[in-house]
Ligand binder design. Structure first.
Ligand code: SAH
Ligand code: SF4
Length: 346
């Protein structure tokens, strides 16, 4: 099947070129696009607006089949679902749906594995396998959209916080967002996307220049370089001062609030001193801090702090006028929490 192109990898212009070569009139491309991205048809047979010959031609050239679900698990409270997929090239990825009240948030992967090697993250512990194509990123959204539709529900938010570092797969990730955003297609508003990065400074700057409405989250996790480099190797390349300069410029250019993520790790970054240091670092930046009590992973022996320590940390930030919330832990029992995505015996 790898000899066929994945139809979701092509832009509307590229599909137009193919159809032009096939001598199809231009309105056919609009029908194709609407079928793919508005009706979410995923078989050529569903395109009954097309003559049979065109449907066969599509099947000869393209496949609709991007990712194969291998295993699906639900958390005990039923609110979180995680699916392990294989891409056509046989690389594992995971996608997590979090349903809470009227929010249906999908956490999608941008890579299979991750090369960044953050010590506390299961994906980092697994290493890098492959970049996903835009079509493979989109397919995760469509898979879950279909499931929700059966219950009369819709996705409300998409967070690019699953496996991988999206800013090291910049083009494909942004192409996927653009395609999902297209008003003539899936029409998913930019403001409902969040991209999370470990802090790839040149790419943050590149993202800033695009002046998009997509939310940006930065995984900070420590307030000085010595501590941060211990758990996030890329910090040696892009230290905190450079990272925060890029964040300041982002806010200045886009006037958008930035989110800083902080996985609270007991006896590592949960002290009042770290909270004070963090407050000073973020002073003057339009931001919000998301505290995530550490989710356990196999190869990192640290724990989450006690509730009391978490609240103390939060209190220090609030006293310094830094907006700050503690993220609810979700899907921990099925290893679907932040940083817990990795291939475990399928
Ligand atoms: N590579 C990107 C996005 C994927 S990681 C990034 O690093 O931002 C998504 C989020 O989960 C990041 O904020 C990451 O730091 C966090 N995370 C990773 N491992 C975690 C763990 N064990 N507990 C809590 N959060 C974790
Ligand atoms: Fe990669 Fe993000 Fe995990 Fe770090 S935290 S290893 S960047 S997925």
């Amino acid at each position: 099947m790898l000899d066929k192109k994945l139809i979701y990898d092509l832009s509307k212009e590229e599909l137009s070129e193919v159809f032009a070569q096939w001598q199809e009139p231009p309105y056919r491309v609009n029908q194709l696009w609407e079928g793919l991205y508005h009706h979410l048809w995923d078989k050529s047979q569903e395109f009954t607006v097309f003559p049979k010959s065109l449907r066969s031609q599509i099947d000869e050239e393209f496949t609709f089949h991007a990712i194969e679900p291998i295993r699906e698990i639900s958390s005990s409270d039923g609110e979180t679902k995680k699916t392990l997929f294989y891409t056509r090239a046989g690389n594992p990825i995971e996608t997590v749906l979090m349903q809470y009240k009227d929010r249906n948030t999908l956490c999608i992967s941008s890579q299979s594995g991750c090369a960044m090697g953050c010590r506390f993250c299961a994906t980092g512990q697994m290493g890098f396998k492959a970049n996903l194509s835009s079509g493979e990123i989109i397919a995760q959204v469509f898979y879950y959209n279909r499931i929700l539709k059966q219950d009369g529900k819709k996705l409300t938010n998409i967070v690019i916080m699953g496996m991988g570092e999206p800013f090291y797969n910049f083009e494909q990730t942004m192409t996927a967002v653009d395609r999902l955003n297209d008003p003539q297609g899936f029409n998913f508003g930019e403001r409902r996307f969040t991209i999370s990065t470990v802090g790839i400074v040149p790419q943050i700057r590149r993202f800033t220049e695009l002046k998009r409405q997509i939310n940006l989250a930065i995984s900070l996790h420590a307030a000085n370089d010595e501590l941060r480099s211990q758990i996030i190797p890329i910090n040696r390349k892009y230290p905190i001062s450079e990272l925060l300069n890029a964040c300041r410029d982002y806010v200045k250019t886009t006037h958008r609030r930035i989110t800083f993520e902080w996985a609270l790790i007991r006896d590592f970054n949960d002290s009042v001193e770290q909270a004070v240091q963090l407050s000073h670092l973020l002073n003057g930046i339009l931001c919000h801090v998301n505290l995530i009590p550490l989710n356990p992973t196999e190869n990192f022996s640290y724990q989450a702090p006690s509730q009391d320590r978490i609240q103390k940390f939060q209190k220090v930030l609030l006293e310094h006028q830094i907006p700050c919330t503690v993220r609810m832990r979700r899907g921990i029992d099925i290893q679907a929490g932040c940083g817990q995505l990795a291939l475990r015996n399928p």
